[in-house]
Ligand binder design. Structure first.
Ligand code: DQA
Length: 147
């Protein structure tokens, strides 16, 4: 299987950025661990982090007909981006939305997501482990004879 991991704006600052909310691990560490796990599951994992909406949209378009599943933390674009939502709809690749923090326990502007109603599932509040759980879930959804 081919899985694309997408991380939105400011997630390149993980480790330095509000560690009490987002944890001490850097994005590089999180993705390295995830890639190792993927390798052991025979999954080919690609990763794109960008602070620019269009780069994330382009990465989604490039996944058309290529990528089996997307794991996305849209970061602040979660609460703003119709364009990113439309990109995911345009390629019709199933995806899981991940947030490190529990967005529902935070400011009210973080309670609405442009992605949750079209996602296969949503994981939030479980820190970096959320990406691991998403990978497990994607694998179980993709493999034949699921359930
Ligand atoms: C986030 C939550 C968003 O509200 C915020 O803008 C982020 C990170 C999270 O992973 O908890 O940048 O997506």
């Amino acid at each position: 299987f081919k899985i694309l991991v997408l991380n939105g704006p400011n997630l390149n600052m993980l480790g330095k950025r509000e560690p009490q909310i987002y944890g001490a691990q850097t994005l590089t560490e999180i993705i390295e661990q995830l890639a190792e796990k993927a390798l052991s599951m025979d999954i080919s994992l690609s990763h794109v982090q960008s602070n620019a909406e269009h780069t994330l949209i382009d990465a989604i378009h490039q996944g058309f007909g290529e990528i089996d599943f997307i794991i996305i933390n849209p970061a602040a674009f979660t609460h703003t981006s119709v364009a990113l939502r439309d990109a995911l709809l345009s390629v019709a690749i199933p995806f899981i939305e991940v947030h490190l923090s529990n967005v529902h326990a935070r400011e009210s502007f973080r309670h609405h997501s442009y992605f949750s109603d079209i996602a296969t599932g949503v994981i939030c509040g479980l820190g970096a482990k959320g990406y691991d759980y998403a990978l497990d879930a994607a694998y179980h959804l993709l493999k034949p004879g699921k359930n």
